[in-house]
Design a protein around this ligand. Structure first.
Ligand code: ADP
Ligand code: TRP
Length: 332
C-alpha cells in the first residue's frame, strides 16, 4: 500500500472550503493508502503563537478533523511535535538545502513581504521541515493544494541530493496528489473569490457555526438585482450561491431554483433561506460531533497517544536508517 502524508495547519476553525477542498479527500484516502495526517504545530511556531493558546488550538483542530470523519483506527493522526524524529531529520536535511534556493521560494517571499519584521530562519527553512514530515514516513504521495507544489519540488531535490551524495536509492520522490483528480473550489459569500478564513468577515461558513450564524451570513451574501430576461447568464455572486447549493442541497432543490432563475421568477431571499437551511442540515451533525469530541479530553488524549505511537514506529525506523547511511553510528 502506498504511503501518504499531509500536514494540517493549526490555524483557526475549519470552514466549508476546507471541508470540500481538503478534509473530504483525507477521509476518502484513508481507506486506500497508509495515511499519516498530523497537526503541524512545529510549523506554526514561525509566527510565534502564545504558549497559552497553542495546545487548545491543536486540540480544536484535532476535534474538528475527527468530527469530519478522520478515523484514528484507520489512519495515523498525530501531533507533529510528538514525533521529534522529524526535528532531527529536519536538521540532517538542512545540510542538503541551499539558502539561495530557499530564498527564492514563492511562499517565503510572500511571507517576508507581509511581515518584514519577522524574517526568522524557521520561516526560511519551512520547506525543509515539510520535507522532513514527508520523508520521515517515506511517503510517495502528498495531498496538498497548488500553493504547496514548490515545497514538494524542494523535497524532491533533497531526495535526489541525499541519494546521490550517499550513493543509495533510499528515498523516493514524493508527488502532490488530489483524490479522484477533481479539485473543488468552494466560493465565499462575498460575491468574489474563494471561501477563506482570512477573507472578509462573514465570507466563510465554519463547521462550528450555529444555525443563526449560518442564516445571518447567508442572508447577507452578495446578489444582484435579479435576471431580467430568460436564461440570462449568471453574475459571479449568483453562480457562487448555486455552487454552494449544489454542494449541500438535493438535485431537485438545485433544479427548482435553476428553473426559477431561468424564467426570471427567482426570489433570492427564498433561495438563501433554503441554502442556509441545507447548509445547517449538512453541518449540524459535524458541529455536534465537534462539540462532543472537544469536550471529551480522555478520547482526544487516547487518539493523540495512539497516533504518536504509530508515527514513532515509522519515524524511528527511518531515522535509524538515515543515521546509518550518513555515518552517525553510536559508540555504545
Ligand atoms: P484558508 O484559505 O481559509 O486560510 P487554508 O489555506 O488553511 O485555508 O487551507 C487548508 C486546506 O483547505 C488547503 O488544502 C486548501 O487548499 C483547502 N481550501 C481552503 N479554502 C478552500 C476553498 N475555498 N475551496 C477549496 N479548498 C479550500
Ligand atoms: N505547508 C502545509 C500547508 O501550509 C502544511 C504542511 C506541513 C504539510 N508539513 C506538511 C503538508 C507535509 C503536506 C506534507 O498547508
Amino acid at each position: 500500500m502506498e504511503t501518504v502524508v499531509s500536514g494540517i495547519r493549526p490555524t483557526g476553525n475549519l470552514h466549508l472550503g476546507n471541508y470540500f477542498g481538503a478534509v473530504r479527500n483525507f477521509i476518502k484516502m484513508q481507506h486506500d493508502a497508509n495515511c499519516y495526517f498530523f497537526v503541524a504545530d512545529y510549523h506554526s511556531l514561525t509566527t510565534h503563537p502564545h504558549p497559552d493558546n497553542l495546545n487548545a488550538t491543536v486540540k480544536q483542530v484535532l476535534a474538528e478533523n475527527l468530527a469530519c470523519g478522520l478515523d484514528p483506527e484507520i489512519c495515523t493522526l498525530y501531533v507533529q511535535s510528538d514525533l521529534p524524529e522529524t526535528a532531527e531529520l529536519y536538521l540532517l536535511l538542512n545540510m542538503l538545502a541551499y539558502t539561495g534556493e530557499l530564498e527564492r521560494s514563492v511562499s517565503f517571499k510572500e511571507k517576508i513581504r507581509k511581515d518584514p519584521d519577522n524574517v526568522n530562519a524557521g520561516l526560511l527553512t519551512y520547506p525543509v521541515l515539510m520535507a522532513a514530515d514527508i520523508l520521515i514516513h517515506k511517503a510517495a504521495k502528498v495531498p496538498v493544494g497548488k500553493d504547496q507544489e514548490q515545497h514538494l519540488e524542494y523535497t524532491r531535490n533533497y531526495v535526489n541530493r541525499f541519494n546521490y551524495l550517499y550513493g543509495v536509492e533510499y528515498f523516493q520522490e514524493p508527488f502532490a496528489y488530489n483524490f479522484g483528480g477533481q479539485l473543488v473550489k468552494v466560493p465565499g459569500l462575498d460575491g468574489s473569490g474563494k471561501m477563506g478564513k482570512s477573507e472578509a468577515e462573514g465570507n466563510a461558513i465554519f463547521l462550528i457555526d450555529e444555525p443563526e450564524v449560518i442564516k445571518k451570513k447567508v442572508m447577507r451574501a452578495v446578489t444582484d438585482s435579479g435576471p431580467t430576461h430568460m436564461n440570462q447568464p449568471k453574475e459571479v455572486a449568483i453562480e457562487n450561491l448555486f455552487t454552494l447549493l449544489k454542494l449541500v442541497s438535493t438535485t431537485e432543490t438545485v433544479a427548482h431554483f435553476e428553473t426559477l432563475y431561468n424564467n426570471c421568477t427567482i426570489r433570492y431571499g427564498d433561495m438563501k433561506k433554503q441554502l442556509a437551511d441545507d447548509i445547517n442540515i449538512f453541518i449540524a451533525p459535524i458541529r455536534e460531533k465537534i462539540k462532543a469530541i472537544a469536550a471529551d479530553e480522555k478520547y482526544i488524549n487516547k487518539v493523540v497517544k495512539m497516533g504518536a505511537e504509530k508515527a514513532r514506529q515509522s519515524g524511528r525506523k527511518t531515522l535509524a536508517e538515515v543515521r546509518n547511511i550518513i555515518g552517525i553510528r553510536s559508540f555504545f
